[in-house]
Design a protein around this ligand. Structure first.
Ligand SMILES: [Zn+2]
Length: 432
């Protein structure tokens, strides 16, 4: 049995804590070729999983071809990723995402975007169809992208997170060269490097739309962060700068070995970034848990590894992503213990809807609800937010109805919780 709380949740606006919406420029480049394949989002990875181990040259259909999608679609319709695709398709175009409808879907998408500017297209899907009130956009504020900050081309409810993962997993001079180019300053010392990082953040901050710092290094390294001395970091910096060691050095190492040896510098820079967050009271978003795609190295990604940072930077506010799935209970305990940790269900609803419900239910029993962030789509195309929003709303509604049925929450309390975790907590945290 459901109450009016379900209706309240299904029509309540959402704060998308995390998205990677392609730039309006890229949208224009792709506009003519967009089609049913672009509804898949993360489901591409489940297609690869469903296809199983493939030997080069043995596949009947080329991996990634339209026929390959049609072949491997049926067994992924049941996963969270697959269901999100179908939910969006039904909501937007009134048909199921099935091979016999693929060309219809392509035509329907084309007719929706026809004659609209990129901003109008984004607005149509994000605001009108997904009812997302705020979008926190990743990957746009980064060194080298200063000229392309056409953030004004995104709708005005977009805010941005500064990100430079290569710096926090540095093992060669690549990131140094990128920052030299971006800041137009030579980087000859460790201090110069930290200064350049901060000056690049300043550049993006000046536009008034910088909401957060983002750390996505779980894709490149484990989240075990040491606390090296300045001297230890400097030794590594000097060796990289003089190209004596590491990956691009005279003595060629493997990238992995280089990354291990360079860890004191990478960790020092992570601490430098957190000091910046502390100085400016800038929130820090950190990817924890499951990794997008296939074959990702999951072992080092759990939020538990970050405890020494939560301990040390007690005034920094951490938005901890993806429920740290599959370590959601651990993140709940961390969030209960550390007043500076905010657990975030962004992207989790589609990775695993039922585990996300279980996580939210547990967190509500352990963590004050003003600390929980209920949603982020984390998608490349704005129309994907539609399916992910439905998944999140349905999950949130079900959890709250269960709390009501068990006698733990009144309906008024459930509405209060919904409004907080869906929107208000994010607005308060990011000052919007
Ligand atoms: Zn992401």
């Amino acid at each position: 049995m459901t109450t009016d709380v379900t209706e309240f949740v299904m029509s309540h606006p959402l704060f998308s804590h995390h998205d990677h919406h392609n730039s309006p420029l890229f949208f224009e480049e792709r506009r003519a070729e967009l089609g049913f394949r672009d509804l898949l989002g993360y489901a591409e990875a489940d297609l690869v999983t469903a296809a199983g181990p493939q030997r080069a040259g043995c596949a009947e259909d080329a991996t990634g071809s339209d026929r390959w999608v049609a072949t491997h679609w049926p067994p992924i319709r049941t996963t969270g990723y697959g269901r999100a695709v179908n939910l969006a398709c039904r909501e937007l175009f009134g048909v199921d995402y099935e091979p016999e409808n693929f060309s219809r879907i392509t035509d329907a998408l084309a007719s929706v975007i026809e004659g609209k500017t990129a901003a109008a297209v984004y607005d149509y899907f994000v605001r009108k169809k997904a009812n997302n009130r705020w979008v926190l956009q990743d990957g746009h504020f980064r060194p080298g992208n200063e000229a392309a900050v056409e953030s004004e081309a995104y709708p005005d409810y977009y805010r941005f997170a500064w990100r430079m993962d290569d710096l926090l997993s540095i093992y060669d001079s690549g990131p140094i060269a990128v920052l030299e180019q971006a800041t137009n300053q030579e980087i000859l010392s460790l201090d110069d490097l930290v200064r350049a990082m901060n000056s690049n953040i300043d550049t993006f901050k000046a536009g008034g739309k910088l909401a957060s710092l983002k750390v996505g290094i779980a894709y490149q390294r484990d989240l075990v962060v040491g606390d090296p001395t300045r001297h230890e970091a400097e030794l590594v910096f000097n060796r990289i700068r003089s190209r004596k060691f590491f990956y691009d050095g005279v003595q060629q190492n493997t990238a992995a070995a280089g990354a291990r040896e360079a860890r004191p510098l990478a960790d020092y820079l992570f601490h430098s970034l957190l000091k910046r967050a502390n100085d400016d009271d800038l929130p820090v978003q950190i990817h924890t848990g499951y990794l997008a795609g296939n074959w990702g190295s999951l072992g080092g990604t759990k939020a538990l590894h970050l405890i020494p940072l939560f301990e040390k930077y007690r005034r920094v506010r951490f938005d901890i992503f993806h429920a740290s799935w599959p370590w959601t209970s651990e993140l709940g305990a961390v969030a209960k213990n550390y007043p500076n940790v905010y657990p975030d269900l962004c992207w989790a609803w589609t990775m695993n809807p039922s585990e996300s419900e279980r996580a939210l239910s547990e967190w509500l029993d352990g963590v004050p609800y003003n600390k929980i962030f209920g949603y982020g789509a984390d998608t490349g195309w704005p129309w994907c937010n539609v399916g992910y929003s439905i998944q999140a709303r349905r999950g949130i509604a079900r959890v709250l109805e269960e709390k009501i049925a068990a006698g733990h929450f009144s309906r008024a309390t459930a509405r209060e919780v919904a409004a907080a975790i869906m929107l208000k907590n994010g607005e308060a945290f990011y000052g919007l």
